[in-house]
Design a protein around this ligand. Structure first.
Ligand code: DX5
Ligand code: ZN
Length: 226
């Protein structure tokens, strides 16, 4: 079981480089560091689990020297197990996968942690919290998707925030240790509801990279002390 955790003292903003200019990912990583955001969200898509393709471990390894941020890797892939060693070698701090894609999710989660990384689980909008109940005692992070994964710039599905509330309640009740992250459609308008529901980490792609003043956007999203 993880160490008990009642949420972070700070709201963490995790800009997603999915919304950055792919011809200058190093520049995007530096912008994230300069903005005061402490995490960098790295969306890995395989063209099968989601209808889009992005990048693999080499891109993360190449980016690593350009950023001090926590590398928060989100695997939206059919076969996460095959990518875990590569992302561990690339310097990922958190590796999150979708239990919807694998049969032996507990084994996948354990294999991330056995490599000395934090293990996360993520659920798409149609997946209920009950389906990951048996994994919750073991998870370092639970990422609630608030859009159907595959693309940045979509609108939040507000109902998904009820799952954040449920996860925060279960954590308190049972003394579990996971962080709660929300991903999809987070902007200045939607961030307050995500924070109120109990999220610790807010992933933001288009809101962050679309902002002229990125440090101001981190503050507008509520980054910093609660
Ligand atoms: C969606 C990705 C998200 C995405 C969020 O499949 O998992 O991380 O980048 O982008 P926005 O913030 O634009 O919804
Ligand atoms: Zn993501």
């Amino acid at each position: 079981m993880r160490e008990p955790n009642s949420g972070t003292e700070e709201i963490i903003i995790a800009p997603s480089i999915l919304s950055a200019d792919f011809s200058d990912l190093a520049g995007a990583a530096r912008e994230i560091d300069a903005s005061g955001a402490r995490w960098l969200h790295f969306d890995v898509m395989d063209g099968r689990f989601v209808p889009n393709l992005t990048f693999g471990p080499k891109a993360a390894a190449d980016l690593r020297p350009h950023s001090k941020a926590v590398f928060d890797v989100h695997l939206m892939t059919d076969d996460p197990d095959s990518l875990i060693p590569g992302f561990t070698g690339a310097g990922a701090d958190y590796i999150t996968f979708h239990p919807e894609a694998v049969i032996h999710s507990h084994r996948t989660l354990s294999s991330i942690q056995a490599l000395g990384r934090k293990g996360g689980i993520s659920i798409v909008p149609s997946t209920p919290v009950s389906s990951i109940e048996e994994l919750l005692p073991f998870a370092d992070l639970v990422l609630v998707m608030t859009v159907n994964p595959g693309f940045g710039g979509q609108e939040i599905i507000p109902r998904c925030l009820e799952k954040v509330q449920t996860l925060a309640g279960i954590r308190t009740e049972r003394g579990y240790g996971y962080l709660i992250s929300v991903d999809g459609g987070i902007n200045e308008k939607t961030a307050p509801a995500a924070r109120e529901a109990g999220a610790d980490v807010l992933v933001a792609g288009s809101a962050f990279f679309g902002a002229e003043d990125k440090a101001a956007m981190v503050r507008k999203l509520g980054g910093g002390p609660r």
